[in-house]
Design a binder for this molecule. Structure first.
Ligand SMILES: [Zn+2]
Length: 241
């Protein structure tokens, strides 16, 4: 789930290179044997977006694969339109038995652990969270990780197609929470900010992050309050509800 935090092994780099290489004519005299490692290679193009799908899992559930495609083509164009029209139009999904996290995104490539879907076959909106990282592509700047992950889970909450059946929802606020907890805890705070401060606040946070304008003062710039004051107000409002 953590963007860019998985270590890119030499092998995954080679595999990624091979994927792109396979989209082009192969140079004479050189062979790319990586394709043998894949049990499934597929692609679909629709409305200006293309998804390349590779799996080295011997028996990845076709229903889950179909739901991943469906979710990508329904959600990703909406996210691109709202948050970053310049985002990649070609995306790669790699279902990778050698990856032991849940999912991770680097550039336009998302790796998925097939075992996660064996155990959690309804958790299709992992796709929604991960493809938001492609849309974000904040690059090397000072955006805190909790903001990046909070926005990705905000997006999963707003745009996800299968959250209820996966049993996925925003974490109810508890006294020991802090906005830096990231993921669903931060996402719930962003929903509150959207409802009480500015309906466009997540769009604005994302835009500032994309344009290297994200600083500690952004909260005051957008709401007139510091992040700590906003959190206190959020906690208080929950107390009174
Ligand atoms: Zn993430």
């Amino acid at each position: 789930m953590k963007r860019k935090l998985f270590l890119l092994s030499v092998m995954s780099l080679c595999m990624a290179t091979a994927i792109w290489a396979q989209e082009r004519p192969r140079p004479r005299g050189r062979s790319f044997n990586f394709a043998r490692q894949f049990h499934d290679r597929d692609s679909l193009e629709r409305d200006g977006f293309k998804l390349l799908f590779y799996s080295n899992a011997p028996a990845f559930d076709p229903d889950i694969k179909a739901a991943m495609f469906d979710t990508f083509f329904k959600v990703y164009p909406e996210l691109v339109a709202r948050f970053n029209p310049e985002a990649a139009k070609v995306v790669v999904f790699m279902v990778d038995t050698t990856y032991d996290g849940i999912a991770a995104t680097f550039g336009g490539i998302v790796r998925y652990n097939p075992q996660w879907f064996v155990k959690n076959p309804k958790d299709i909106d992992v796709v929604t969270h991960e493809v938001m990282h492609i849309v974000q592509s904040y690059g090397r700047n000072q955006v805190p990780g909790w903001v990046t992950e909070g926005i990705a889970d905000y997006v999963r909450h707003k745009y996800g197609l299968h959250n209820p059946e996966a049993g996925w929802s925003l974490t109810p606020l508890r006294p020991d929470h802090k906005y830096t907890n990231s993921y669903r805890i931060t996402a719930r705070f962003f929903v509150w900010l959207e409802n009480t401060k500015d309906p466009e606040i997540v769009t604005k946070l994302n835009r500032a992050a994309s344009e290297d304008r994200f600083t500690d003062s952004i909260w005051e710039d957008l709401t007139g309050k510091s992040i700590d004051d906003l959190w206190q107000e959020y906690v208080k409002s929950a107390d009174t509800n």
